[in-house]
Design a protein around this ligand. Structure first.
Ligand code: ZN
Length: 409
C-alpha cells in the first residue's frame, strides 16, 4: 500500500519555519531507525547538492530527511508516542538559511563563471565549512579568481530577484536555458532574470542581497578542469573572524604588528637556518674531539689493534663520522662504536687499510645475536637493533668477538 505524496511546503514559501502536519506512517527500518512520513512538511530533504534540514517534530529531534517517491520521510531521534496523529514541525532556521545562502550563492557564482569565461559548472558540493563547484575551465589564475569574486559580489549587491517556478517540459523553450533537462513531467526553475535560468530543486532566498558576501577561498586543478572553493553569507563573517583571531595570536606570539608579520616570520626562519648551521658546526667539532681522543688512545697503545667506544645518544651518521676520522689517521686500527639509546642501538665497525679483518662479517655476527639489521663493506659496516641489550652489553660482545677473531687471524 503506497501512501500519498507529501505536500512540500518549502516550495510554497522557503521562509516558513514551522507547520502543523498529520502523521501518515511511522516505520522502523532494518537498522532500527525511526522514520515518519507526514501529509505536509517545511523540512527540505537531501537533494540537488543541498543537505537536508534538521529541527524538531513535537520537540523530538529530526536527524535526517529523505524523499522517496514523492513522500518526505523524517528520521527521528526517538519515536512519537503510540497513536500520535497531529504534530508540529519546526526547522533549525540557522542551518536552513545558511543552506539557502550557500546554494543561491553557488547559482550566482556559476552564472558569473558563465558570463566571464563561458565556463560550465558540472559539480556542486555544499560542505559543513565551505562549498565547492567544479568547472569546465582548464586554466584559472589568481587574477581571474579576484575578478570572478568581485563580479559575483556586484551581482549579489544589485539585489536582484530570485524566482522559482514549476514548468512543464513544453514550457522550457520559453526560457534561455543553457542545458535543457528532460524526462521530467514537472521541472522547477530557479530564475534570476536576465542572468540565470537553472533547473533546481533547492531552497533559495527571494533576492540576491540576502545571500550576503561571497568569498572565493581557493582553487585547484580537478579532472582537467577547475575546482573552486568558496563560502557565502554568515560563513564569510565566521571565516574572517577566525582568520582575524589567528592573525592576532600570531602577532602576539611574534611580538610584531599584523602588517609586519611577514617580515617577522621571515626573520624567524632566517634565524632558525643560521642556528641550525651553528649547531651542525658545533656538533661536528664535538665529533672531531671524540675522534681525536680515540686517535690519541690508539697512538698510546701501538701493540693494540681494536678500539671500542660507547657514544650514548649518537646517531649512526655521527658514529660513522668519528670512525672515518679515526681509521684515516690510524690505518693499523679497528674502530668499533656503539651509540643510540635504550630503545634503539646503533653500531659502526670500521678498519684501517692495513687491517684485513672484514667488518661486515664482524657486524653480521653481532647483529644476529641481538636481532638487528644492517650491512656494509669489509672496510665500514653499520647496523641497528631494538634489542633488550644495553649499549655496554653490546660493546662487550663486540670486544669479545674481536678478540676471538684477531686470535684466529
Ligand atoms: Zn541549485
Amino acid at each position: 500500500m503506497s501512501i500519498q505524496a507529501t505536500n512540500k511546503l518549502y516550495y510554497h514559501n522557503t521562509y516558513w519555519r514551522e507547520c502543523n502536519a498529520t502523521v501518515l506512517e511511522m516505520k522502523y527500518n532494518q537498522q532500527g531507525e525511526i522514520w515518519v512520513a507526514l501529509d505536509q512538511t517545511v523540512m527540505y530533504p537531501t537533494g540537488g547538492g543541498q543537505p537536508h534540514d534538521s529541527g524538531h517534530i513535537n520537540h523530538i529531534e529530526v536527524i535526517d530527511v529523505e524523499e522517496e517517491d514523492g513522500v518526505i520521510w523524517h528520521r527521528l531521534a526517538e519515536s512519537l508516542p503510540e497513536g500520535t496523529k497531529h504534530v508540529t514541525v519546526e526547522i533549525d532556521w540557522e542551518r536552513r538559511f545558511d543552506h539557502m545562502q550557500q546554494h543561491a550563492g553557488q547559482h550566482i557564482l556559476s552564472a558569473a563563471f558563465e558570463e566571464l569565461y563561458q565556463a560550465e559548472t558540472i559539480g556542486f558540493h555544499l560542505g559543513k565549512e565551505t562549498c565547492t563547484i567544479d568547472l569546465v575551465l582548464p586554466e584559472f589564475t589568481d587574477e581571474m579568481a579576484r575578478k570572478t569574486e568581485y563580479f559575483t559580489n556586484e551581482l549579489i549587491l544589485e539585489n536582484r530577484e530570485i524566482n522559482a517556478r514549476f514548468v512543464t517540459e513544453e514550457d522550457l523553450d520559453k526560457y534561455p536555458l543553457r542545458k535543457k533537462p528532460s524526462g521530467y513531467e514537472q521541472i522547477r526553475l530557479v530564475i534570476i532574470p536576465e542572468l540565470d535560468y537553472n533547473p533546481c530543486g533547492g531552497t533559495h532566498p527571494q533576492r540576491t542581497g540576502e545571500v550576503g558576501p561571497l568569498l572565493l577561498i581557493g582553487y585547484e586543478k580537478y579532472k582537467g578542469g577547475t575546482r573552486v572553493h568558496f563560502a557565502v553569507g554568515k560563513r564569510v563573517i565566521r571565516l574572517l573572524n577566525e582568520k582575524h583571531a589567528l592573525l592576532k595570536s600570531l602577532s602576539k606570539m611574534t611580538s610584531a604588528p599584523e602588517e609586519k608579520l611577514q617580515d617577522s616570520i621571515q626573520k624567524l626562519q632566517d634565524d632558525r637556518k643560521r642556528l641550525e648551521q651553528e649547531v651542525t658546526e658545533k656538533n661536528n667539532q664535538i665529533l672531531e674531539i671524540f675522534a681525536n681522543q680515540m686517535i690519541e688512545e690508539v697512538n698510546a697503545h701501538p701493540q693494540q689493534v681494536a678500539f671500542s667506544r660507547i657514544f650514548e645518544g649518537r646517531s649512526i651518521a655521527e658514529l660513522q663520522k668519528i670512525a672515518r676520522l679515526v681509521i684515516e689517521k690510524c690505518p693499523q686500527a679497528i674502530c668499533t662504536l656503539v651509540g643510540g639509546d635504550h630503545d634503539k642501538q646503533q653500531i659502526v665497525c670500521a678498519r684501517g687499510e692495513q687491517v684485513s679483518l672484514e667488518m661486515n662479517k664482524l657486524l653480521a655476527v653481532i647483529l644476529q645475536r641481538i636481532g638487528g639489521k644492517g650491512g656494509g663493506s669489509a672496510q665500514l659496516a653499520q647496523g641497528g637493533a631494538s634489542s633488550e641489550h644495553s649499549l655496554a652489553q653490546i660493546n662487550d660482545m663486540i670486544v669479545v668477538e674481536l678478540q676471538t677473531l684477531l686470535k684466529e687471524d
